[in-house]
Design a binder for this molecule. Structure first.
Ligand SMILES: [Zn+2]
Length: 472
């Protein structure tokens, strides 16, 4: 009798978790590349403002260091710091052959991306959901042999700022949600990064581009409504990093490594510089101290670290791909190799504590509270938030759901529709499961019944416990 009752309880604790009518929460993760957290302050942005009233706005979010596009986007997809997911730069490189590939070509170097961490598409699909991605960095690669089931990678020389194409992409993604019933899609726009680089973050061109972004936000929300998705679809808009003005026109003494006394490129086996404010060097055997000594203190705005001595807060030391010497410059300065070759008016890649590197965050949908402004948090926490809303178990990651749970309705559950909440999130279900397990255990104590191993019906808490802390 007890046995039967316990099985009934276990059945109830799992069967009742299914969302009514199959109406799960869906998530659309949108990145507007290089959207600095305060870009809406000097531009009229009615659609972003409306989104904040209808949902949640964070003061800003902090990307991981190194604040470059591919590394920070992969943190959004995996919830891991860059030293843990291993996509440490926009450029693939080989220190033996001296080969380097630029951003676009690196998108297609599979083992650069597929090196141990699973993006949320793959995790969602393994747990029975459907995922897609459009232009999001990392989309072109496969992961342990799997890809996002619907995906689109931009062609070489793609025009990233065409507003008509943005609208077509938005409609395409809404079609994926409605007609192919996808649960999660990541959608990438290459602006306002391009305009910020070219004209600088304080330029009228950048302000005009923010107006275009804002119109697109309004278009996306209208498209969601037109596709009858807005009662199920949660939209998160964020970015990978900010942007800061580069000092130009002889205003400052630029950082050019060749001009530094005692420094010689002949002491290096490999170098990665001329890429904004960040650089990495591989000295030849026995030359590390010489190179380090020459660069340390050579310029007041250049900082040089042995990789293991980088302050812990950077979380940028522990991966084998990170070269032994890491260089970074203060905001406004870039690191040149032989001579100045960088002419952008705006740059990123700086210390993620710099306010100019912070990014925007907005979210709206049935899982999110309305008209709520919250303080800053790190973008590494967006991954467990998305997993929670989707009702999937996250992979090992560096984020914490507790950092963002206050953004959600009903104490952090996904809420309506169908009252879908991840099974392990429902306290009453946990209690029911506990009773069932306890009852089964009692049953095993009865004389005559052979002892059996019990598997708890309760799933582990995805956001807590040692299983979700990085172990290196
Ligand atoms: Zn970027």
């Amino acid at each position: 009798m007890l046995w039967t009752a316990a099985l009934c309880l276990l059945w109830a604790s799992t069967a009742l978790a299914a969302p009514a009518g199959g109406a799960r929460h869906k998530v659309l993760l949108i990145s507007f590349d290089g959207f600095r957290w305060d870009y809406d302050r000097d531009v009229d942005t009615p659609n972003l403002d409306q989104m904040a009233r209808d949902g949640v706005k964070a003061l800003y979010v902090t990307p991981p260091y190194l604040t470059l596009t591919s590394p920070t986007h992969f943190t959004l997809l995996t919830g891991r710091y860059i030293e843990n997911h291993g996509v440490i730069h926009n450029m693939w490189f080989n220190t033996s052959s001296q080969e380097k590939k630029p951003y676009y070509q690196t998108l297609f170097v599979n083992d650069w991306w597929d090196n141990g961490s699973l993006p949320i598409w793959i995790t969602a699909q393994r747990q029975g959901l459907k995922a897609g991605s459009l232009h999001f960095p990392g989309t072109a690669s496969s992961y342990q042999g799997q890809v996002a089931m619907v995906r689109e990678v931009e062609p070489l020389l793609y025009n990233y700022n065409n507003e008509t194409a943005w609208r077509e992409n938005a409609d395409k993604v809404m079609g994926w949600f409605r007609d192919r019933d996808l649960d999660f899609v990541s959608l990438y726009f290459g602006e306002p990064d391009g305009t910020g680089h070219r004209y600088g973050p304080d330029s009228p061109e950048r302000r005009k581009m923010i107006e275009q972004v804002d119109r697109t936000v309004g278009y996306i929300r209208r498209s969601a409504a037109d596709h009858r998705l807005d009662d199920r679809l949660n939209i998160i808009i964020t970015s990978d990093h900010g942007m800061t003005t580069v000092y130009r026109n002889g205003l400052v003494r630029e950082i050019t490594l060749r001009d530094i006394p005692g420094f010689s490129f002949r002491d290096l086996a490999f170098h990665l510089v001329d890429y904004g404010p960040c650089g990495m060097l591989l000295p030849k055997p026995g030359r590390l101290e010489k190179v380090y000594g020459a660069l340390k203190g050579a310029h007041p705005h250049l900082h040089v670290f042995k990789k293991e001595e980088l302050p812990e807060r950077f979380r940028f030391s522990r991966h084998d791909r990170i070269l032994p010497l890491v260089l970074l410059s203060d905001a406004g300065y870039v690191i040149n190799g032989y001579f100045p070759v960088q002419f952008n008016k705006g740059e990123h890649g700086f210390d993620n504590q710099d306010l100019d590197m912070k990014a925007l965050f907005r979210a709206v949908g049935p899982a999110f509270r309305r008209n709520l402004e919250v303080g800053p948090f790190e973008t590494v926490h967006i991954y467990p938030l998305m997993c929670h809303i989707l009702g999937i178990r996250p992979e090992l990651n560096d984020g914490r759901l507790s950092a963002t749970q206050h953004l959600l309705v009903a104490g952090g559950s996904g809420g309506t529709p169908g009252e879908w909440t991840a099974p392990w999130r429902q306290p009453w279900r946990r209690n029911l499961a506990r009773v069932a397990v306890f009852t089964l255990w009692l049953e095993t104590l009865r004389p005559g019944r052979k002892s059996q191993s019990l598997v708890s019906a309760e799933e582990p808490e995805p956001d807590s416990g040692p299983g979700h802390q990085e172990v290196v």
